[in-house]
Design a protein around this ligand. Structure first.
Ligand SMILES: C[S@@+](CC[C@H](N)C(=O)[O-])C[C@H]1O[C@@H](n2cnc3c(N)ncnc32)[C@H](O)[C@@H]1O
Ligand code: SF4
Length: 417
């Protein structure tokens, strides 16, 4: 598994140099001239912890949450005040954890953001199904939130109990969603659970759209090595058939595919915090992607608060990209949207995509992974499956290793991937 990702990395970056993250970091971040900048805020509190979940999260306590939000606001000011002017950003996504547990303090967080940034394409927040009540949705709307994403996982009780979660009260959720509308209402599902069939997923997708969603995200189950999950993985052939069948089903229904895993009933209903050219992340475990660097904040809440309280950024690891590494990173996440536009690549890097990766694109066309449409490269069903398959390796080789390390060590000296 490691060999496949290493060889691919060497081939695409034209170098044997690995991704080398170090503890040395910049207190001043060069973001003010970044185009298409997005923002992400991480709020790590949950009412209870799910065994399968790899994210940085802790059990909610009011005292810890208050201290954390104070530090978070301080981090936003530390970074935001580095720009001489208010920076224009595309979107702000608030994830977790279950960020609604800090809903009372949302106006303060958004006020800190608005002192330094102008958000042009809306504010999104992740919700646990238990958060979806009329009063909470009203609170979010009043604070300026325009997109919500609800972690359903499955409407089927047997899969919820496999994942260690309670059944979702679909009727109560539908009533709340009907009373308080949002521009995007997304619902998250997990697929490739043992015994899960196309019928199970079709029922979930139909239920989502009929309960008020206009966007669904169907994530493949990933068995992270450091989680306590005991859910076995589905075999490759079965997973492929399922992914192809769900895609065909959604396409036949006329849903728009906005990324490998997401479908929407309206083309403008979007929910994606990952597919930005550049982004700034605030909070523990949040990542920041700029033109020449990628950095990640410490996962340790205590150390996060301590660093920020002393006026320093809570960065624990930074990767300084070579040009080819940055191109690979760019292409990986752009391909996630199922379309790569050479004009965008040219604008971002000042170099031609064909000159930099002509051979790979030719090969991808020959193998039937992409087709060319309106001057851009579009992923086929086959390409989407192989992207998905490779992403699974990438997640286990890179993200699993990085998150696994950062859960144990607040500020490692170095991490080689
Ligand atoms: C932060 S959680 C969602 C918000 C909320 N905390 C909840 O649980 O409903 C983000 C999403 O990641 C997905 N997810 C979590 N662990 C996963 C795993 N091991 N494999 C695949 N998807 C996962 C789930 O679909 C989940 O809804
Ligand atoms: S899936 Fe959601 S509720 Fe469960 S531990 Fe992860 S963030 Fe918390």
């Amino acid at each position: 598994m490691g060999i496949l990702t290493d060889l691919t990395r060497m081939w695409l970056t034209r170098s044997v140099r690995p991704f080398r993250f170090t503890g040395e970091y910049d207190q001043v971040l060069p973001f003010s001239d970044c185009e298409g900048l997005g923002l992400y805020v991480h709020i790590p509190f949950c009412r209870s912890i799910c065994d399968f979940c790899p994210y940085c999260k802790v059990l909610y306590s009011k005292a810890l949450c208050d201290r954390y939000i104070n530090a978070l606001i301080q981090e936003i000011h530390l970074v935001g005040s580095q720009s001489p002017n208010k920076a224009q950003v595309t979107s702000l996504y608030i994830g977790g954890g279950s960020p609604a547990l800090a809903a009372e303090r949302l106006p303060e967080i958004l006020s800190a953001i608005s002192q330094h940034f102008t958000v042009t394409q809306g504010i999104g927040i992740e919700l646990h199904p238990d958060d979806v009540t009329v009063s909470l949705l009203r609170q979010l709307r009043a604070a300026g939130v325009s997109k919500i994403s609800i972690g359903i996982q499955s409407f089927r009780e047997k899969f919820q109990s496999l994942l260690g979660r309670r059944p979702v009260d679909a009727a109560a959720m539908a009533r709340a969603l009907a009373a308080v509308p949002f521009e995007t209402v997304s619902m998250d599902f997990i697929f490739a659970l043992p015994g899960q069939t196309l019928e199970d997923l079709r029922t979930d997708i139909d239920a989502a759209f009929s309960l008020g969603a206009n966007h669904v995200a169907i994530y493949p189950f990933i068995d992270f090595t450091f989680t306590r999950s005991r859910v076995p993985s589905m075999a490759k052939a079965e997973k492929r058939r399922l992914l192809d069948d769900i895609t065909r089903y959604c396409q036949a229904k006329g849903y728009f595919r906005s990324s490998i895993w997401t479908f929407s009933s309206r083309e403008d209903a979007r929910y994606s915090s990952m597919t930005r050219d550049n982004f700034l992340g605030f909070g523990c475990s949040a990542t920041t992607l700029l033109r020449e660097q990628f950095k990640i904040n410490t996962f340790d809440l205590e150390e996060y608060c301590r660093r920020v309280e002393s006026g320093r950024l809570p960065t624990c690891l930074t990767l300084r990209f070579t040009l080819r590494q940055r191109m690979v990173y760019y292409l990986f996440w752009t391909a996630y949207s199922t379309r790569v536009d050479p004009a965008d690549f040219q604008r971002f890097f000042g170099r031609s995509l064909k000159r930099m990766y002509g051979l790979e694109l030719w090969l991808a066309r020959r193998l039937g992974f992409v087709t060319v449409r309106e001057g851009g490269y579009e992923m086929t069903l086959k390409g989407a499956f192989f992207y998905h398959y490779y992403e699974n390796f990438y997640t286990l080789a890179y993200i699993d290793k990085m998150w696994g390390t950062l859960r144990k060590e607040a500020f490692p000296k170095e991490l080689i991937l």
